[in-house]
Design a binder for this molecule. Structure first.
Ligand code: SF4
Length: 197
């Protein structure tokens, strides 16, 4: 599974394909305050183990998952197993709930892995945002599943092609991107405009 794509990068690809390229292909990881907070929060839930609640729910932490059919692997922060066997992945995020669906796609990819590994349906999961301490239910609809598998296939194509994707057209996403100083979207475009003169 060494050549499987890390499923956490689905989030990066959905945010900006170029960001995915920098992080996955060029292994760039610039730590800014936003990233550092995320790492600190994740370290707390990335300690393997499990416990059983009073209601009989088994709560497993840091669960390794994979999908041979999609070619992805990664770690679920939490997987809850109800007494009827239903599995529910929970992903912890720093910050507040965003406007974009990248977190949903990453969580859905975890569900697709769990379904393939166990043969059990995984109908829903939860995202927990440290910033506003909100737990959001995510239903794994056919549309979200299609979006997620489409993103994985697009990532595979980018890696196979070996070409860096262009800057995102949704420039608001560049604000706060930890790779801004590597990517330099404004400066690169200015340079290309000057070349064409
Ligand atoms: S700065 Fe913008 S274009 Fe560059 S990687 Fe970040 S989000 Fe993508």
């Amino acid at each position: 599974m060494n050549d499987y794509l890390p499923l956490s990068f689905i989030n990066q690809y959905a945010y900006c394909p170029r960001r995915f390229w920098y992080m996955h292909v060029e292994a760039e990881m610039i730590e800014n305050a936003h990233v550092a907070r995320g790492v600190a929060h994740h370290e707390r839930v990335h300690t393997q183990g499990y416990e059983t609640t009073a209601a009989g729910v088994i709560v497993r932490r840091s669960v390794q998952v994979y999908s041979h059919s999609l070619g992805i692997s990664g770690i679920c922060d939490i997987v809850e197993e109800a007494d009827d066997g239903t599995l529910t992945p929970i992903e912890y995020k720093q910050g507040q709930r965003g406007r974009w669906t990248n977190d949903h796609a990453q969580l859905c990819a975890q569900a697709l892995c769990l379904e393939e590994m166990t043969g059990r349906p995984v109908p829903r999961g939860f995202l927990f945002y440290f910033g506003d301490r909100r737990r959001e239910e995510v239903i794994f609809t056919p549309e979200l599943r299609t979006l997620t598998t489409g993103l994985v296939q697009a990532m595979q194509r980018v890696v196979a092609l070996g070409e860096m994707p262009p800057h995102t057209e949704q420039r608001a996403r560049c604000n706060g991107c930890s790779l801004y100083d590597v990517c330099l979207p404004k400066e690169t475009e200015q340079y290309l405009v000057e070349l064409q003169r």
